[in-house]
Design a binder for this molecule. Structure first.
Ligand SMILES: *Cc1c(COP(=O)(O)O)cnc(C)c1O
Length: 353
């Protein structure tokens, strides 16, 4: 630490992303897609577009907000785009909770929520999950605090139903409810249509998981236009060009290509179900994940040891050294082939025990 860092930030504990590697490994640790992005993405990153990079990107992101609005049947003024959905979550937590504001989230959830609460001076309540890792909806009814929930939740993979989400949103009319739908494409019970009915709901999505564009850094939030106006006010006070021209074009092309992504998402869901079965047959306990990862635990080997053994075989998965989940592993659903390699390796490791 230098002598110059503001006192405000001295105690900050940053988010720790999953490792990125250059050597050839089977990478099942950060919930990326095993598939390349839609071929339409390549078509729009043309030389003509590259030649125009001397100009600033469109700060209003018209092309992209229109493409997203069309997909979800909302108007473009209901869409806010960010440099990854992390950017969207940051603007929302900064703007609607702010210094001294109140926010709650599940105790076991996306690791960024506590970090954002901390950096923006928000008072965060972390609400324990039930023993089976599900969220107890009653904990959030009439909470009278802002709420952020990942649905499906990470790293458990468990999802709330549409009705459960609606009961949370409708019972907290004076607070913002952020539903982080980073993994919703693999679940299919989105609450997106509720944004028209409830002025206190913000739904966030990302291109990183279902749309094979983690490296592009694009996410978005959908809410009624007053919420989006507020978020734009913050954005234009902080970083007006938060998306670059290439990202805007690529994401707009990707979001329109349902045919391509529907098939990839279906394949991932199919592989998830198959591998979950295989792991259960090997004695693992797995949650009923509705995302693109499997959350699994074995009583034959500790999660930490299994992660280490897999790593020796060049297979990376995510291990969280955190109370209540430190005997679980989060395994991204990769290609069918890589997942078979994983299952074979797990078998071998268990046999050697
Ligand atoms: C991956 C993830 C995000 C962030 O994704 P971006 O790459 O920043 O768009 C947000 N929420 C959850 C729950 C995630 O798992």
């Amino acid at each position: 630490m230098s002598r110059f860092l503001s006192d405000n930030y001295k105690s900050l504990v940053p988010y720790v992303p999953g490792e990125q590697v250059n050597v050839k490994v089977i990478k099942l640790n950060t919930n990326e897609s095993p598939f390349p992005p839609s071929p339409k993405v390549k078509e729009v990153i043309s030389e003509e577009v590259i030649d125009k990079l001397n100009l600033y990107s469109d700060p209003e992101l018209k092309e992209l907000t229109c493409a997203i609005a069309e997909q979800f049947g909302v108007t473009p003024d209901m869409v806010f785009c960010g440099n990854g959905s992390d950017d969207v979550l940051a603007f929302a937590i900064m703007g609607f909770c702010g210094k001294g504001g109140k926010l709650c989230c599940p105790e076991i959830s996306y690791g960024f929520y506590p970090v954002y609460a901390d950096i923006f001076g928000v008072e965060l309540e972390q609400i324990p999950l039930k023993d089976d890792f599900s969220i107890d909806v009653n904990d959030y009814i009439g909470k009278n605090k802002n709420i952020v929930i990942a649905n499906p939740n990470a790293p458990t993979g468990l999802a709330l139903t549409f009705d459960e989400v609606e009961s949370i949103v409708s019972s907290n009319p004076d607070n913002l409810v952020i539903m982080d739908e980073a993994y919703m494409a693999f679940c299919g019970e989105s609450c997106m249509e509720l944004v028209k009915k409830y002025p206190n709901l913000l739904v966030t999505r990302t291109f990183s998981k279902s749309h094979s564009l983690a490296g592009l850094r694009v996410g978005f939030g959908i809410a009624q236009k007053e919420i989006i106006e507020d978020m734009n006010k913050l954005k234009f006070s902080f970083n007006p060009y938060n998306l670059n021209t290439l990202s805007i074009k690529a994401a707009a092309a990707a979001i329109a290509d349902n045919e391509y992504y529907d098939e990839k998402i279906a394949t991932i869901v199919e592989t998830r179900e198959k591998v979950t079965d295989q792991l259960r047959q090997l004695g693992f306990t797995c949650t009923d994940s509705k995302s693109n990862f499997i959350f699994a635990s074995s009583d034959k080997i500790s999660a930490a040891e299994l992660a280490l053994e897999l790593r020796k075989r060049n297979i990376l998965i995510r291990y969280f050294n955190k109370a209540k989940i430190d005997n679980y592993l989060r395994i991204t659903v990769g290609s069918a082939e890589d997942m078979q390699t994983l299952v074979d390796a797990v078998k071998e490791i268990l046999e050697e025990k």
